[in-house]
Design a protein around this ligand. Structure first.
Ligand code: KG4
Ligand code: ZN
Length: 328
């Protein structure tokens, strides 16, 4: 079974062909990062227009790379939420049109479920229950996964997402967009214990990052001679400490057998090594997906669609998008 998946929820235009929900035949991602960098963040209308320009060539590339034609695919899937409304509409409209032309089912996929599926794509035998830390520019949550379609959100951020905190702090420090990779790099030359930034909501599964962002701003204003590497390292350590505490609490609460990372912030080198340490210390398996599967991609959408189609059947062509769609 071949599924063509499309992902346009934010600033990546992506298409992929996945076989039997497991084998990635192709995965093409066209990032708009350069387009949005000049504004210091994603501009929704700019993103939608770029998706309109890119979706057809990106889908064509994905089919060519997979060595298939549209008539060979058994279903066409698209992410239908959560995300930016105009951006979602482009991928969903394209997927419905292609499904109609090919005479195959359309499947709408939840972006967050897609991120959870990215782990299974590489490692189908991960022991359950899993505690998944989903951390991106739009989301920060700990999810217990008991199997495909079987999710419990254990805790999530009450304000900013972790990636958003990286981006906002980087913008404040004049480091450009996106902020995560540059802070990660600068932090390597800094002292993570130099500045005692706050770790919010200790002992709780919920997280919060807006106070930390404010603490960084206040520190920098009060210390004009600040060392940027120390600020980066201390800020990053505060984020990672907080995320690790939530993951550990969630994993203990559900007796997790494995720890899994997902979302763009899962690219963070400090977070990856700390999650591995936590797994080793608690006798659990850790799965840190390759970066291409952590950040937004369409392979995770096509893989999720395989399961959704089997469980729920096709999505109606009359179904729309939901920018605020929740995982469960
Ligand atoms: O999952 P993603 O590609 O898009 C969303 O769905 O948001 O995540 C993008 C986020 C951005 O906030 C970016 O700054 C962050 O992931 N990010 C990182 C790193 N690489 C990307 N954050 C921390 N460290 C990194 N190395
Ligand atoms: Zn995402």
């Amino acid at each position: 079974m071949l599924i063509l998946g499309i992902e346009t929820s934010c600033d990546e235009t992506a298409a992929a062909v996945v076989e039997d929900g497991r084998v990635i035949r192709s995965s093409v991602v066209s990032s708009q990062v350069d387009l949005h960098a000049q504004y210091g963040g994603v501009v929704p209308e700019v993103a939608s227009r770029a998706h309109v320009d890119l979706v057809v060539p990106v889908v064509a590339d994905a089919l060519v790379e997979a060595g298939v034609e549209l008539r060979d695919v058994d279903a066409v899937a698209a992410c239908h939420g959560p995300g930016l409304a105009g951006a979602l509409l482009v991928g969903v409209s394209a997927a419905k049109a292609l499904a109609l032309v090919a005479g195959v089912p359309y499947v709408g996929v939840n972006h967050l479920e897609g991120h959870l599926y990215a782990g299974w794509l590489e490692q189908p035998d991960l022991p359950t229950p899993m505690a998944v830390l989903l951390v991106s520019g739009g989301h920060t949550m700990v999810v217990a996964v008991d199997g495909p379609g079987d999710y419990r959100v254990l805790g999530e951020t009450v304000d900013d997402a972790a990636g958003e905190a990286f981006d906002k702090v980087a913008r404040f420090l004049g480091l450009g967009y996106p902020g995560g990779p540059v802070i990660d790099r600068l932090a390597r030359d800094g002292d993570p214990a130099a500045i005692p930034f706050p770790r919010a909501m200790p002992g709780e599964l919920a997280a919060s990052f807006s106070g930390l962002k404010t603490a960084v701003v206040q520190y920098v204003r009060a210390n004009p001679d600040f060392r940027v590497a120390d600020v980066a390292a201390s800020f990053q350590e505060a984020v990672v400490d907080q995320l690790l505490e939530k993951l550990a609490l969630g994993a203990d609460a559900v007796g997790a057998a494995s720890l899994v990372l997902g979302g763009g912030v899962a690219a963070n080198s400090r977070l990856r090594s700390r999650v591995q340490e936590l797994a080793d210390a608690t006798g659990r398996a850790a799965f840190l997906p390759p970066l291409a599967l952590c950040t937004d991609n369409a392979a995770m959408i096509a893989a999720t669609a395989h399961h959704r189609l089997a469980a729920d059947g096709p999505t109606s062509l009359g179904a729309g998008i939901d920018p605020s769609l929740r995982l469960v």
